[in-house]
Ligand binder design. Sequence first.
Ligand code: SF4
Length: 330
Amino acid sequence: MMNPFPYSDTNKRYHTYDYYLRHRYGTKCARIPIDAGFSCPNRGPGGEGGCTYCSARGSGDFCADTLLPPQAQFAHEYERLCEKWGKRLPAIPYFQAFSGTFAPIERLREIYEAVSDYRLADGSRAEIPALIIATRPDCLCEEVVAYLSTLAARYDLTVELGLQSAHDATLRRIRRGHDFDTFCRGYRALSEAGIAVCVHVINGLPTEGSTIEDRAQMIETVSRLAALRPAFVKIHALHILRGTQMEQEYLRGEIRLLSMEEYVSIVCEQLTLLPPTTVVCRLTGDGAQDALIAPQWTKNKRAVLASIDRTLAREQRYQGMAFSDAPPTR
Ligand code: SF4
């Protein structure tokens, strides 16, 4: 049967990042995680001690050695990948760890300009068509957004923002340190500056029921997000990582985690709500495997993704089929 979803040439029923890269750049690209030594306001003075699920490396578990300066981290990983592939591919520096706009503007300039101007041994510039910067919605003052818009004029800039849930009670419980309105303000500031946003959502957070019968809040989060028409999204199940505050809650029996079947069912419904143009960068977790306490099923990414594909096909569903094209509400 013909695939009803237009943004796929591999029979997928959702808009994958791989599809986006191939159609945008004509090839796959090397996405290179970098820990540029930022911190996070939610972990420092005045913060809430960090999000309760946050790992010691602030979501930057796959970044290179932080003892190296950002440009050296990029160089090391880029050269390693080029050697592995036997050719030079376009590279996308991904400033993943902590809050990539939480520093004085001069420091941001220094870091982002140095990495994006990376030179090869012959003095020519590496092909860097895009940059990804992860940050928090409350780290986007006017000056920062103005600088980001200058980057967006030169690169395909994506700013990643954690939403996790659109429900303030959940955000308080996980100590996000901001509410949904703050997220919307940050999102709007970036959108108005012409900057693409990738929004993170976590399914199965505490207070959201986490059961197959009681999943309305997770569905509502994506429904509210869809109204903003994000360029990119990342969705994954809650991970309990060693050394996090949430580990203690979990060990005390205060957190019920989603089963794989529940997660797949919820994600398939969420995909139908998203605009078909929204690129789905991730549907499974990407945390450090050795730090993962639970749920263990998330380690088998292939099985999770295959189950999502099978469920969408069986239920004749695809991304965007329930997307309402009403104007954004926020
Ligand atoms: S905003 Fe990110 S880096 Fe900061 S505490 Fe939360 S998860 Fe960690």
